[in-house]
Design a protein around this ligand. Structure first.
Ligand code: BG6
Length: 487
C-alpha cells in the first residue's frame, strides 16, 4: 500500500561535510524527540558511488561523532530505515527526472518535499533550475514543495540578485528558505523574547538611553582546512553580511505586530534599509599572523580574517547611536556577545574617587558558548561613605532550564522549514539590502587598499586598530560572557 501525505527531505550534496556533521544529527535528534513522524524519507543525492548501506554507515558515524550524547542504537535503527541514497550528477537534467521517478516510487502520490541545497554554492542556481524543469517545484492543494538554500547566498549584490532571479524562476519566494544558522541558535531567538515579552527593557531601547551597541562574534579556531574557500571570501562575506547583520537586525528592529514570518522579516528588512553607507574610516581589517602561509591561501593574500566597523541606523530610534561590529578567527576565545551600553545618568550626585570614571550600566547578551544574559549596574560598597562598585545580575541558561541542553541550530531550522514557518530564514529583500551595505566596503578595501591590512597574533583579541576605532569615540570593547564580569 502506498503511503499518503508524508514528507520527503531530499539533500543535494549529501556526501559532503554538512550532511553528516549537522543535518543528519539534527534530523536524528528531532526523530528521537518524536518530532519527525511525518517525515518518511530522507534521500541523499550525490555523485559518489555509495549504496544505501555505505551511505547509512557514514551517517551513523557522523551522529556518533557529532551527537555522541544522544546516539542510541535502537533509535538509530528505527530512523535509518527512512534514509536512502540516490546517485546522481548535479549538472545533469536527466538525473533529476530519474530522481523524480525514484521519489515517486518511495512516496506515492501525495508527498510533500523539502529540498535541501547542501552543495557548493555554484550549484544552487542550476539545481533550482533543474528542479523547476523536472516539474519538481510545482505545488498543488495536496502537497507542498520547499527549498532550503545554504549560505553563502551570493558573494556580492549582483550575484545574490542573480541567484534570487534563478531561484524565483522555479520557486515562489514563499517556498524559499535561506539558511542563516545564527537565527536557529536559541540565544538569537531569545533576543525577540527578551525585548518583546518583557516591559522593562523596551522603553529604554533607544537613543535616549542607549549610548552604543557592540556585536562581537569571536572565534578561536583559525581557517583550518577551509582556507581555499575562505581566501576567496574573507570575514565580511563569511560572517558580517549574514550572521552579524542578522543579530544586528534582531537587536535594532521595531516590534512586529505578530510572530508571523513576514511580519518579522518586514521589520528586519527595514533595519537593513536604514543603515547609513559605512564610512571607510570607520572600518578595520586585519589578518592573523601565519594566515598567508596556510595551505590553500594565496601568497601575499590580502583577505581579512578579522574586521571591525562602526555603523549607524538612520531612523528615529537609533539616530546617532554607534553600532560597533567585529568578528575574526584565531582570536583569544570563542565568544559571541551583544553589549548594550546605556547612557550615563544626566547628573551624578555621588563623589567618584580620584581617577575613577563613572561606569555605565551594561547589558550583555551571551549568544555562545556560555549562554545567558548579564546586567551590570552600580551598587554602594557596604560600610563605605559614598563608594560604589559595579555588580552583576547574571542569568545562565543552565541555572534556570535544568538539564535542558541547548539544541543545535539546525534542529530548530529543519523543524521550522517542515512546519512552513519562515520567520527564522532570510527573505530575498533582506539579503539584497545587506549586500548593498557590505559590497561598497569590500570594493573600497580592494580598490583603495585603505585602511591598511593590519595584523594580529593568533590568540589575541584582534589588532590595535580595532581598539583605536572605539577609543576615538571614548568607548572600549566590552566583554561579559567569558569572565562573567563585564569590563
Ligand atoms: C559559518 C562560517 O557560517 O559560521 C564559518 O562560514 C564560521 O567560517 C561559522 O566558523 C561559525 O559558526 P558558529 O556556530 O560556530 O559560531
Amino acid at each position: 500500500m502506498q503511503k499518503q501525505h508524508t514528507t520527503s527531505i531530499i539533500i543535494f550534496g549529501a556526501s559532503g561535510d554538512l550532511t553528516w556533521r549537522k543535518l543528519i544529527p539534527a534530523l536524528y535528534n528531532n526523530f528521537k524527540k518524536g518530532r519527525l513522524d511525518e517525515c518518511a524519507n530522507v534521500v541523499g543525492f550525490a555523485r559518489r558511488p555509495y549504496d544505501n548501506e555505505t551511505f547509512r554507515a557514514r551517517l551513523r558515524e557522523g551522529v556518533q561523532k557529532f551527537s555522541p550524547d544522544t546516539f542510541d542504537e535502537k533509535i538509530w535503527g528505527d530512523f535509518v530505515t527512512r534514509i536512502h541514497y540516490f546517485r546522481g550528477n548535479l549538472d545533469q537534467a536527466d538525473d533529476f527526472a530519474k530522481l523524480h521517478t525514484f521519489l515517486h516510487g518511495l512516496e506515492g502520490d501525495n508527498a510533500n518535499r523539502l529540498y535541501y541545497l547542501a552543495t557548493a554554492p555554484s550549484f544552487y542556481a542550476p539545481v533550482a533550475g533543474f528542479l523547476g524543469k523536472a516539474g519538481m517545484s510545482k505545488e498543488d492543494a495536496d502537497k507542498w514543495r520547499r527549498i532550503i538554500i545554504e549560505k553563502p547566498f551570493g558573494r556580492d549584490l549582483a550575484s545574490a540578485q542573480a541567484l534570487n532571479r534563478a531561484v524565483h524562476a522555479a520557486f515562489e519566494e514563499r517556498q524559499v528558505y535561506r539558511i542563516d544558522h545564527y537565527l536557529g541558535k536559541e540565544t538569537s531567538q531569545n533576543i525577540l523574547f527578551f525585548r518583546f515579552a518583557n516591559t522593562i527593557f523596551e522603553p529604554l531601547w533607544n537613543r535616549g538611553y542607549i549610548n552604543n551597541i557592540q556585536i562581537s562574534v569571536a572565534e578561536s579556531v583559525d581557517v583550518g582546512e577551509r582556507a581555499g574557500y575562505y581566501d576567496k571570501s574573507g570575514v565580511l562575506r563569511d560572517m558580517f553580511q549574514n550572521h552579524l547583520f542578522q543579530l544586528l537586525a534582531l537587536v535594532a528592529m521595531e516590534a512586529p505586530a505578530s510572530f508571523d514570518a513576514d511580519a518579522v522579516r518586514n521589520e528586519k528588512a527595514k533595519v537593513f534599509q536604514s543603515i547609513r553607507p559605512i564610512d571607510l574610516n570607520d572600518t578595520v581589517r586585519a589578518q592573523y599572523e601565519g594566515y598567508a602561509q596556510a595551505e590553500g591561501v594565496a601568497p601575499n593574500s590580502q583577505t581579512p580574517t578579522y574586521a571591525a566597523l562602526k555603523l549607524f541606523i538612520d531612523n528615529w530610534r537609533w539616530q546617532g547611536v554607534p553600532f560597533y561590529l567585529r568578528s575574526g578567527k584565531a582570536l583569544k576565545h570563542k565568544n559571541s556577545e551583544i553589549i548594550i551600553e546605556f547612557q550615563r545618568p544626566p547628573h551624578l550626585m555621588f563623589d567618584l574617587p580620584e581617577g575613577r570614571d563613572f561606569t555605565p550600566n551594561i547589558l550583555s547578551i551571551c549568544i555562545q558558548p556560555d549562554e545567558g544574559i548579564q546586567l551590570r549596574f552600580e551598587a554602594k560598597v557596604p560600610d563605605s561613605d559614598q563608594e560604589m562598585r559595579s555588580v552583576n545580575m547574571d542569568f545562565a541558561y543552565d541555572d534556570f532550564f535544568d538539564g535542558a541542553t541547548i539544541p543545535e541550530a539546525y534542529e530548530r531550522l529543519l523543524l521550522e522549514a517542515l512546519d512552513g514557518d519562515a520567520s527564522l530564514f532570510t527573505r530575498s529583500d533582506e539579503i539584497t539590502a545587506s549586500w548593498r551595505i557590505i559590497d561598497p566596503v569590500i570594493n573600497s578595501w580592494a580598490e583603495r587598499a585603505q585602511p591598511k591590512l593590519a595584523t594580529h597574533k593568533k590568540g589575541e583579541w584582534g589588532p590595535e586598530e580595532s581598539t583605536a576605532l572605539l577609543a576615538r569615540d571614548g568607548h572600549q570593547w566590552r566583554f561579559g560572557c567569558v569572565s562573567h564580569r563585564i569590563n
